[in-house]
Design a protein around this ligand. Sequence first.
Ligand code: NAD
Length: 360
Amino acid sequence: MAHRVTLIPGDGTGPELTEATRRVLEATGVGFDWDVRQAGVDVMDEAGTPLPAETLDSIKANKVALKGPITTPIGTGFRSVNVALRHELGLYACLRPCKSYAGVRSRYENVDVVIVRENTEDLYAGIEYEAGTEEAEHVIAELNKQQKKQIAAGSGISVKPISREGSERIIRWAFEYAREHGRKRVSCVTKANIMKFTDGLFLQVFREVAKDFPEIEPWENLVDALCMGLVQRPEEFDVLVLPNLYGDIISDLTAGLVGGLGVAPGGNIGPGTAVFEATHGSAPKYKGQNRVNPTAMILSGKLMLEHLGERAAAERLEQAVADVIREGERVTYDMKPSRDDPTAVGTSEYADAIIEKLAA
Ligand code: NAD
């Protein structure tokens, strides 16, 4: 039976990337019944919002979506569609595997790190007070009453909530992912030595949950030391579970270890619903040029296949991508030895090369 999936082309380079991905996914032989819905800056004028209710309803009904990147317009008052989707759908787990493929331009080989980022709490919860506003001054006055250390008047304030429940569900999710995928080690990444009541709580919950997974080695890492460890010895790291802000930053770092944003896939997963999308944004300067690399989006499609229980197809797809990258001929500019290599192919032609491998 065909899988009914909400397909959101997005904006900027999103439509060309999702189209390449749709064609590759169909070439695996898995049946899809795409429910195409719009979101992003291109629908804002006609729908009055970058996230129409019908798009959200479609994801809620289908439970799975494949989404192209969406631009966050600056200074229009609209908050990020990407953040809104994660909040509205309770997609608390952000999965970002970063794996080396032979042939990708990178300083490293043998990297195979899986980032599990908490998606709803922390400094990204969206609780902020603008410097100089009445609300900010009120919050500052209340906080100053409770402690010796005083916050300067006129400060801007961002709040970092981290709950036991929020921590437990993401940490448990990371360990279960590790167990299911035969992973050996889960690292908890915090700055618990400084932020004892937020990161400290996250770490405390990690220690408790780790006891339920005795076959997996728990590691405790401070985020600053982790940055050095990742660039010096990335092969030592396996699954990493992180609060929201560190997860955002470290997943770009690990994308850099394996060849950049063009090859970094992702999925946002919650109870019963999942939205798969690349780590990168809409790269608007390349819009409509059939130029950017769809690998990240295609590998996000591979994660979606796994999520749908289509493991064999997922493996075949990954192999086809790996083969095309290793051969290094029909690949996009960013995967060539130099960025102005005239033999680079476009987004669509690279997808054709993968489709040919799948058919072979
Ligand atoms: P970006 O990821 O769009 O682009 C940064 C640079 O990375 C690009 O200039 C390009 O050189 C490179 N790049 C990105 N994707 C690539 C690809 N597939 N192939 C080759 N090179 C690629 O980041 P940005 O410029 O900071 O953001 C642009 C817009 O995207 C912003 O509005 C931002 O808010 C939004 N954004 C959306 C998402 C999402 O939809 N989940 C994620 C991040 C950023």
